[in-house]
Design a protein around this ligand. Structure first.
Ligand code: 2P0
Length: 357
């Protein structure tokens, strides 16, 4: 993507400090399978969240010797566990932000959700970092338009972690080339406008079934789609699901929305169960919750559905107008299946934002 290579005419160096908040996101059409540098095998579509966010400040200090250096603090303390991912991120983005070589960065990051909650934090973390870097680049290069700022931030975030591309804008984004969305790209995500208003305030209550790290990481899971016996059918299905879901989301047809979203969640886990080696990330509580949700829907006719990330936790999706009875149901009947009764009441959000320092 030569369009994203840094080409400011002046090579000004500045001392600069910025702070960005970037949200997590939950895929409705799942990204599962990739080529090098997080080029996805199929397009994905997600809700951007509101409360599950990472806030990251970056201080850029010019330095005499060349070569980027940085210090990293997570929740106020140095944390070496994050260094491999950060080093990889900076190695990947450097060709596009070559000016970084003249800087030392002090990075301070905090999550709104507990790090060990099982909620994927790499999407919000990589997006917040990418936005901070782009903010400094814009400070040096007045030629950066709003569109270039947003698309390049999504592009840089993707190089750190694929799903992070979808954590810059909101409430609904698509990432990955598809005939269903003219402007969609494998390189960065784009926002989808003109969908039914019910989806602009959709609720997502995240049921924490299992805290802590998973037995098989998402990177390993993506790799297992290479040579997977059902890979091609899956990539084709994702294209078809995306096409249908966009139609359904324009009309506001909740029955079809539920059918496609739950099918995507179960297909993602079916891919894990049919990989070689095969594995399972759902827990018995995950299945109990799914059965309870289906029974509740049958009984009440309320449009409550679930989706799953690559783990045991469950995201419950529903229109804002039905919040009261659904939250009662979650509190009374589903929270006993959650670890220490823990769940997070989130909703779709408008994307990342710059914070005052
Ligand atoms: C998604 N997931 O669309 C899918 C569905 C999890 C389940 O993208 O290797 O952390 O950093 O590109 O983005 C999780 O994988 O993987 C993921 P990398 P990522 O949200």
């Amino acid at each position: 993507m030569d369009a994203f290579r840094y080409s400011a005419k002046t090579t000004t160096t500045i001392s600069y400090k910025t702070r960005w908040q970037a949200p997590s996101n939950i895929a409705l059409i799942k990204y599962w399978g990739k080529e090098k540098n997080q080029i996805p095998k199929n397009p994905s579509l997600s809700f951007t969240l509101q409360k599950c966010v990472t806030e990251t400040s970056i201080e850029f200090q010019p330095k005499p010797s060349s070569g980027l250096t940085f210090d990293f603090f997570f929740e106020g303390k140095p944390n070496p566990n994050f260094l491999p991912k950060l080093n990889h991120f900076f190695d990947q983005i450097r060709p596009y932000v070559s000016w970084l070589d003249g800087y030392h960065l002090t990075i301070r990051s905090d999550n709104s959700f507990p790090h060990s909650s099982g909620i994927a934090s790499s999407a919000s973390a990589m997006a917040a970092l990418a936005l901070g870097v782009m903010d400094a680049e814009r400070e040096m290069d007045a030629g950066i338009t709003d569109t270039l700022f947003t698309t390049k931030a999504s592009f840089l975030a993707r190089l750190g972690s694929g799903s992070a591309a979808r954590s810059v804008e909101g409430p609904i984004t698509v990432w990955g080339k598809t005939p269903s969305v003219k402007e969609a790209s494998n390189d960065f995500a784009c926002k989808i406008d003109s969908l039914h208003t019910v989806f602009t305030t959709y609720q997502d209550t995240v049921l924490i079934v299992e805290k802590g790290s998973k037995s098989v990481s998402s990177s390993q899971g993506h790799a297992l789609m290479n040579g997977h016996p059902f890979a091609n059918q899956r990539f084709e299905q994702a294209q078809q699901h995306l096409h249908s879901l966009l139609e359904v989301m324009k009309e506001g047809n909740l029955d079809d929305f539920i059918r496609i979203v739950e099918s995507e969640a179960l297909t993602l886990h079916a891919m894990m169960m049919t990989s070689q080696p095969y594995y399972l990330l759902m827990e018995p509580q995950t299945l109990s919750i799914i059965q309870k949700v289906w029974a509740f829907r049958k009984e009440t006719h309320l449009p409550l559905c679930f989706t799953l990330d690559a783990g045991a936790n469950i995201h419950l999706l529903y229109p804002k107008e039905h919040t009261a009875p659904i939250l009662d149901f979650i509190k009374n009947e589903l929270s006993p299946y959650c670890q220490q009764g823990y769940y997070i009441e989130d909703a779709v959000g408008r994307g990342a934002k710059k914070m005052y320092i």
